[in-house]
Design a protein around this ligand. Structure first.
Ligand code: HEM
Length: 477
């Protein structure tokens, strides 16, 4: 429902704005639309846009985007992903309008890349895995409680399930049992995506007004930021949470790690970084979880195989055991290979001009460098029979682990590359594995409607429909 509302809103917005531009005689960049000359051409252009959008072909009709440079060799990827003047944050700041959606984040400071990246790596990649292992029983209990609620309501969504789970490691058990707090977390992430769509369509002049309208004055963002600032500052000592859980949370460790640094000027700046990390964590886990469930529905034989693998390793009392199952890992990875959320990966925007070290390529200021992720993941020289689903592709023939789901590689750009590769990938893997294993041990899964549309696309993104319904049939174990 919500998805339909967003898409309809977008189409209506497109209609209105293109009509106005057309009447003003704006010369758009739509490839197949005629040049706008007067009312007749305007109506024809609007029809083309509506037809394209109805057939799920999304694009920005009137913006000239900066050039994109594609890179595929390991050497080049390793080089450009690390260079300071090619900024990761600037890419996402443009895409999601961080100026508005992250309370004036100064995304183009060059020191951000180095300091924030190191900080986030220590916080999530270095410290994260041990905390995830320690909290594993809490995650299982969190799944059980969330699932009980879902059964009472007769439904849930991957987004809600994933948010309830992952928020536990961010903010502890007590705060994330508060429905109003969970609502703000969910709303903030939705606001970001709705703004992204609106900002891509409208001239940047409108961004701050659109942000205000779409997010109702940034209600969720301000409420979260206030809460984070308090938890990272004056309210730290009075935070009502058990010490053993608190010690493992991201917010508590953020305060500890930044205490003696001159870069972090205080709780307000940390709170802004926390908004960023929450945003990074809030979308991709549920979307990948959704695709994995859809692939499982299409493959009942894989449900049996994975269930057997789980049964062979019972009791799953610790995360090390669940995390070491080669077939589960491989199935998840193969799903992601065939359903990448973004056609491009390892995106960096040149905040200054850059010349590759072997002088073969130069990147003008403002251009984006990235890898053609979709093509690479479907390239027969990297993956044999690349268009067919092989759930065992990443496990060895003897059933051992091949390459892991969380492994970072230039052949598999899902996590990015180099020192900026996703530091939260272990968190994402845990959430997905807990949900999949708990569901498989209880149910057989199938789609309510085999022909239901499963993906929608926006620019280079391909995302699951939240409304695709999965039916669960209880199994006797
Ligand atoms: C399936 C889920 C996820 C996917 C596919 C994913 C993917 C990515 C990718 C592609 C990047 C950019 C890397 C680059 O440009 O080289 C990234 C960055 C990042 N991700 Fe994730 N991510 C996921 C989940 C998470 C989670 C759960 C967290 C937090 C717990 C997280 C935290 C971050 C952060 C903080 C960055 C920015 C890195 C930096 O600033 O240094 N991600 N992620």
């Amino acid at each position: 429902m919500e998805q339909n509302f967003t898409v309809q809103g977008v189409v209506a917005g497109i209609f209105l704005v293109s009509f106005i531009f057309s009447l003003l005689g704006y010369n758009g960049t739509i490839s197949q639309a005629p040049r706008f000359k007067g009312l007749r051409c305007a109506i024809a252009s609007v029809r083309t846009i509506i037809r394209d959008f109805k057939s799920w072909r999304f694009y920005v009709p009137w913006k000239h985007s900066a050039p994109t440079i594609f890179v595929t060799s390991k050497k080049h990827i390793a080089e450009y992903s690390e260079v300071t003047c090619l900024s990761q944050q600037a890419v996402y700041a443009d895409m999601f309008g961080f100026k508005h959606t992250m309370d004036n984040l100064e995304h183009d400071r060059l020191d951000h890349k180095v300091v924030r990246n190191k900080f986030n790596n220590r916080l999530l990649e270095v410290k994260g895995p041990a905390h995830l292992h320690a909290l594993y029983p809490k995650f299982v209990t969190r799944f059980e409680n969330s699932w009980k609620k879902a059964l009472e309501n007769g439904r849930t969504t991957c987004r809600k399930l994933s948010t309830r789970m992952i928020s536990l490691i961010f903010f502890g058990e007590k705060l994330t049992s508060d429905e109003r707090f969970i609502e703000s977390l969910l709303q903030y992430s939705k606001d970001m995506v709705n703004c992204m769509i609106a900002f891509q369509i409208l001239p940047s002049f409108f961004s701050r007004y659109m942000h205000h309208i779409i997010t109702r004055g940034g209600k969720a963002m301000h409420s979260l930021r206030k809460q984070f600032t308090d938890m990272l500052g004056p309210g730290r000592d009075s935070w009502d949470e058990s010490e053993s859980i608190k010690d493992c949370t991201i917010i508590h460790n953020m305060a500890l790690l930044s205490k003696d640094s001159s870069y972090w000027t205080g709780p307000a700046m940390n709170a802004q970084n926390m908004l960023g990390i929450w945003f990074a964590a809030s979308h991709q886990p549920w979307m990948n979880l959704d695709f994995i469930l859809l692939e499982l529905c299409a493959r009942p034989n894989w449900q049996v195989k994975l269930r057997q693998e789980l049964l062979d390793h019972m009791p799953l009392n610790d995360y090390a055991t669940l995390d070491s199952l080669p077939l589960l890992d491989s199935f998840m990875k193969e799903t992601v290979r065939l359903n990448p959320l973004d056609k491009y990966g390892v995106r960096r925007k040149a905040v200054l001009p850059y010349q590759f070290s072997n002088q073969t390529m130069s990147v003008p200021q403002g251009a984006t460098v990235c890898v053609p992720a979709y093509e690479m993941l479907h390239d027969p020289s990297r993956y044999s029979d690349p268009h067919s689903f092989d759930g065992q592709r990443f496990a060895k023939n003897n059933g051992d682990h091949g390459t892991r789901f969380t492994h970072v590689s230039h052949d598999f750009p899902m996590w990015g590359y180099g020192s900026l590769a996703c530091p939260g990938r272990f968190h994402a893997a845990l959430i997905i594995k807990v949900v999949i294993s708990q569901l498989l041990m209880r149910y057989e899964l199938r789609l309510e409607n085999e022909n239901a549309r499963r993906k929608w696309t926006w620019e280079t993104f391909a995302m699951p429909f939240e409304s695709t319904r999965i039916q669960l049939r209880k199994i006797d174990m």
